[in-house]
Design a protein around this ligand. Structure first.
Ligand SMILES: C=C(O[C@@H]1C=C(C(=O)O)C=C[C@H]1O)C(=O)O
Length: 690
């Protein structure tokens, strides 16, 4: 350690202090940075007065920065020097004034050890010549004592300074060590240092005089397919003391690292590719398996790759990053990649959704086109069939000639493209299916037309209730255990309903999409020529039925509300009447399918997400129209009042004597008909996208 400031904190034992050179020119007493050397007692006593004067003047010029910095007053030796100088000047003046001995001025010569004796002998010799000299002698004696005291004091000061210097040195040493440690930790290995090495090579060639870190990156730091590779702790400096000895080993290490880096880079690329092309994952895993037995998982491979990528990218200056930093960066990298993938997938999903919507719009456009065309096709179904055949022939001809000639050439027969043929067929089919009962024709398939049909059905329902009200309860009809019909187990009403439905099915009743059988199992097929009803319902949802609920509600809850107790034995008529009521209610409630279809068509974007989410509550809320419901209830009440009256020629209206209590009709709609209709709507919608 070199001490640049040893002129300030000079040890008394140091050579420069113990052998001062009084003959040194004054300039040599300054350090190279112009700091004045301390003025020592020996100097003061040795140098002649002029020199002291000169010295003091110089010091004043320099400003004594050092002393001013360290202490706030002049040290004792300086004070003595000043005092000596003043004394000398005074003496010279006096000598001149006395003109004794000419101009000779007795200079005070001080030796290191005999200052006082010399000085006192000089004074004594002079006092012999004059009285002044006696005074001077006593004065000098005093001064000598003073000097001795001051020398002692200076020694103490110097000792203190020495101690301080020692402490400062220690302090500096500590600070330097601290700095070196910090540097070692934060600074990467120097160019000649070996950061990663093979243990086998190390044993042979590399002599590390520093400890290797026990912190070894295993297993992620273990390079696949190689002998154990250890990454040394970056906080330690790995030195290679003998360049020649280990150069061969280092070359080997470098070569090995290069190979490993390339392999890792390959692995890394493979991982990246796999992320971009997930279908190649299987192959990648196989590669990894064969490539390494230690680093089986992607993340481990990535860690190593990342470490060495960093090291490679960082060049020699940045061959090391702390492990936790690497880990953090790796996590960031993985996270950003995953986020990127999520973003890509989301974008793809959006794109697919968009395409789906486009397709749906296209389909609805085709349907609309078909409907539009169908309105303008006057042909009957037979004609239409003929028309199909003609168009099909033309289309086939066109396709064939297209294939033969490579271009459309139908000799005037093929004026439309093939797609128009399809439209034509679909539209004709629609034309054939346009017959919708109850005032809602297929050509007028709107919510208004549906509601009109529902209003018309109110009449049917009210009248059927009035009809049923003619009969007493006739409970035997509904008895489960009576077994009134031999060979049929169950209530009589079930038997009558089943048989009626079977007959009606043969007559084609259930070909009509408005009709839903109560006993659909084993129902015979229609025997009559098929009537083409309008097929406006979605095929996947057309079979929705809540007839069981209607049946139970009617027999168990509604009948007791408006039918008198009793049994008149007229079971068949009563059962027929029951079936009329049940069928009217079923038709009305299942009309909800048409309502739902038209509502869906009017606002598919509102319904689709709810349907996909199977959010029944939201669907129910969306399709509900409370204003309409209130009107329905008021209207059926009015109808029950009007239709339930006995009409007489006298125009006297018997108030309060209705065939069916209007409040029961209102309750029927409020509690069962409207809610069940909406249930059918929701059920239908939930299957609308099937
Ligand atoms: C049938 C409709 O849907 C719902 C059911 C109603 C009903 O059963 O009378 C009335 C209004 C709506 O809440 C309609 O909007 O017409």
């Amino acid at each position: 350690m070199t001490h640049k400031q040893d002129s300030i904190f000079k040890s008394p034992n140091s050579s420069s202090y113990s052998s001062p050179s009084p003959s040194l020119p004054f300039k040599s007493k300054k350090t190279h940075d112009d700091s004045p050397l301390p003025l020592r007692i020996a100097d003061i006593l040795t140098f002649n007065g002029d020199f002291l004067d000169e010295l003091l003047m110089m010091e004043e010029e320099l400003g004594c920065r050092v002393w001013e910095r360290s202490t706030h007053c002049y040290p004792p030796n300086r004070t003595v020097a000043r005092w000596f100088s003043g004394l000398r000047r005074k003496r010279v003046k006096e000598s001149k004034r006395d003109k004794l001995g000419g101009d000779r001025i007795e200079q005070v010569k001080c030796s290191k050890n005999g200052l006082n004796s010399q000085d006192s002998s000089n004074s004594a010799s002079q006092s012999a010549h004059s009285g002044h000299h006696n005074k001077e002698a006593s004065l000098n004696l005093g001064v000598g004592c003073c000097l001795l005291y001051l020398i002692a004091a200076s020694k103490n000061e110097l000792d203190k300074m020495f101690k301080m210097r020692k402490e400062m040195e220690k302090l500096l040493e500590n600070v330097r060590e601290e700095l070196q440690k910090k540097d070692g930790r934060s600074k990467p290995c120097e160019t000649n240092d070996v950061c990663a090495y093979s243990t086998t090579d190390v044993v042979d060639s590399v002599d590390f005089d520093n400890q290797l870190s026990p912190q070894v990156f295993t297993p992620s730091s273990v390079l696949p397919g190689s002998s154990t590779i250890t990454v040394c702790d970056q906080s330690l400096r790995c030195e290679t003391p003998k360049q020649g000895e280990c150069s061969e080993g280092r070359d080997k290490l470098e070569a090995e690292l290069e190979v490993e880096l390339q392999r890792l880079q390959l692995n890394f690329d493979t991982v990246e590719n796999t992320a971009k092309h997930p279908q190649k994952k299987g192959r990648r895993v196989t590669n990894e398996k064969t490539a390494t037995s230690k680093s089986q998982i992607v993340s481990a491979g990535e860690v190593v790759a990342f470490v060495f990528e960093n090291q490679a990218a960082g060049s020699e200056e940045h061959c090391g990053v702390p492990p936790h930093e690497l880990e953090r960066r790796l996590h960031e990298l993985l996270e950003s990649r995953q986020q990127e993938q999520i973003r890509e997938l989301e974008a793809a999903l959006k794109c697919v959704k968009h395409k789906l919507r486009e397709k749906e719009m296209e389909v609805s456009w085709w349907k609309d086109s078909a409907r539009l065309i169908s309105r303008h096709l006057p042909e009957s179904s037979e004609l239409s069939s003929h028309h199909h055949a003609k168009l099909l022939k033309s289309a086939m001809y066109c396709t064939r000639s297209n294939a033969n000639k490579g271009r459309m050439n139908c000799n005037g027969n093929c004026k439309f493209p093939f797609c128009f043929l399809v439209i034509s067929i679909i539209s004709t089919r629609y034309t054939n299916n346009l017959a919708m009962a109850e005032g809602s024709s297929g050509s007028d398939f709107t919510l208004d037309s549906i509601r009109k049909a529902l209003i018309r059905q109110e009449d049917t329902i009210v009248f059927s209730l009035i009809e049923r009200a003619k009969f007493p309860m006739n409970s035997a009809l509904y008895n489960q255990i009576l077994n009134l019909v031999p060979g049929f187990s169950g209530p009589l009403v079930d038997f009558i309903a089943k048989e009626t439905e079977a007959v009606q099915a043969k007559a084609g009743r259930y070909v009509n999409p408005e009709e839903n059988p109560f006993f659909p199992d084993n129902l015979p097929p229609s025997l009559v020529p098929k009537h083409n009803y309008s097929q406006v319902l979605h095929p996947g949802a057309a079979s929705v039925s809540v007839n069981k609920a209607i049946w139970n509600m009617y027999l168990n809850q509604l009948l007791p509300l408006f039918i008198d107790a009793g049994d008149d034995g007229n079971y068949a008529s009563t059962a027929a009447s029951d079936l009329s009521c049940l069928q009217a209610l079923s038709r009305r409630i299942h009309y909800g399918k048409f309502v739902a279809e038209i509502k869906f068509r009017d606002a598919p974007h509102d319904y689709e997400p709810l349907i996909r989410a199977k959010d029944t509550d939201a669907l129910m809320k969306l399709l509900t129209d409370e204003r309409v419901e209130e009107m329905v209830k008021k209207r059926v009440e009015k109808k029950a009042i009007i239709f339930g009256q006995d009409v007489s020629l006298s125009n006297n209206v018997e108030t309060g004597n209705f065939k069916v209590d209007p409040s029961v009709v209102v309750r029927l709609y409020d509690e069962w008909v409207i809610p069940l209709t909406k249930l059918v709507e929701v059920k239908y919608l939930l299957r609308r996208l099937d």
